[in-house]
Ligand binder design. Sequence first.
Ligand code: HEC
Length: 303
Amino acid sequence: MLGLSMTITLMLPSFDFRSAESTWVGLDKSLSNGLRIGWSYEDPFVVGASKPLTVILNANPKTGEPYDPPVRAYVYQPGTPFASGVEHPDNLGPTVKKLSLERGKIDQLDRSQGAVFTIEFADVNGQEWAYVVNETATKGWTPQEVLSAAGDANTRYVGRGKTVYITEGCWWCHTLLPEHTQDWQVFGTPPYLGDFNGEMPTAFGSDRKAPDILHVASRNSSREWMMMHFFNPRLVQPNSIMPRFDYLWGKVDANGNPIDFAKWRADYTAYRKGERAYPPEVPEYARNTEIRALIDWVLTSLK
Ligand code: HEC
């Protein structure tokens, strides 16, 4: 027994976590969240500042050649700190690092220009590997050109949304970690070690009072449902204990009209008492709001 515990004590610390190869999920998370999702010098008030933008490209922004299926790109405007694996390629794992440097040119960066990244796949010794491509170095894409090509409708504030998950304390009730039990059948596949490369903090949670939401978008991809559920969970789940997050809408709706929360709640109470046939409508959120970022994160990143 002593021999075994000594072996564990001596051997475990020598396991190099950087030797875990990044998976596509790990790269996607890391590239869309940016360097850090908690407190950092770049985001001292933890409001989701200095985050990359995830865009969905239906065509090559330079040549117009259509993409089917669309390509996901991660746009780092000048000044946005690069993802962990780009700053520290060792964190990608040995094979992914080699591919990302040799084919993806992730070391050819001009910080004053920012950069655009995508994830590509390569076959090495019969196995498929995801790796990072610096499209600014390989195809000459600039952040501005890619953002204009995508337009607001195809831009997702995933990194900022993950920050909202942290600051709102969603992890107090939810986990991002299906376990190797019956969880599989309900919440989907548990993550791999390489899904977490470079994620700081990991935020997978340790105590569960609510469903695991790692794969929530694959069981429910409705933006309208998410809007109702975040504005007031009781609209869709009558006995839910989840708090409402209506304040993430801010002061005005998508048309710039003030949101009258007092009236909304009065109408909602009347509905609950049976004095109204329908609940009041949930306002469409404005472009630059925390709720937009949160829903972008939920629907784009959690699959
Ligand atoms: C007090 C605990 C609590 C907090 C805090 C909380 N939730 Fe929930 N959440 C729940 C419960 C319970 C459910 C299941 C009932 C329901 O759908 O409302 C749920 C359901 C959900 C669902 C649907 C899950 C599914 O399986 O379909 C999503 C998505 C979600 N929450 C996201 C969030 C996010 C994002 C936050 C933070 C902004 C948050 N929750 C904060 C308790 C909580």
